[in-house]
Write a protein that binds this ligand. Sequence first.
Ligand code: FMN
Length: 209
Amino acid sequence: MNSRRDFLKKAFLLSSLVYCAQFGFARTEGKKSAIVYYSRTLNTHILAKYLQNITKSDLISLQTINSYPSDFDTMSKIAKDERNRNFKPKLVNINFEPNNYDMIFIGTPVWAGGISSPLRTFLSMYNFDSKIIIPFCTQVKDGIEGCVKDIQGLIPNSKILEGIDIKAAFEKEDQNLKSKNEKYINNNTNYLTSADKQKIDLWLKKYKN
Ligand SMILES: Cc1cc2nc3c(=O)[nH]c(=O)nc-3n(C[C@H](O)[C@H](O)[C@H](O)COP(=O)(O)O)c2cc1C
């Protein structure tokens, strides 16, 4: 009888653990979440701010020391070239210590099917072993799969949980994209549709305490 009760107890504990691993986890005392992101024309910045507002995470924006050109065609060539060379542009110093966080949201625009180069630098700078990573990206046609593959390749010992991609505007079709986004920011609003917001809320629920 006892052994049956023990068996049921163990089965319950095990299923709870699996549930936690899949759909959420308790916040470790004293630890916070962080949102680290790169954004060139501010689509990802706006998404990162929206996520911060809900999650109350620390927000860390990555900036390159040498700025990228504003012309899309030139930028596109540079992004492809940097990807082929696995190039890691130098970043402005940030105040970030992975061990202060129990989950780290990582955001990027999709560039040439994968992560942006500044994120490549960031992920190479710290030890993310066993860290919980939640990716997010903005894009115009691709999903998040290419970014997840890149992140996995750079930090293979981290625990990458389900991410999200949000379709946003494309500077190739809208030269004024950055200034439009600046207007959103100044007006304390954003480009997210109600469907986007629903998708985000459902996704974030998985990571709530
Ligand atoms: C150099 C470059 C390459 C891009 N490559 C892709 C791509 O392969 N797939 C895609 O869906 N979007 C691609 N895009 C579009 C961006 O991912 C999209 O506009 C994104 O929201 C821009 O984010 P940001 O404003 O935060 O920089 C590319 C944009 C740039 C500038």
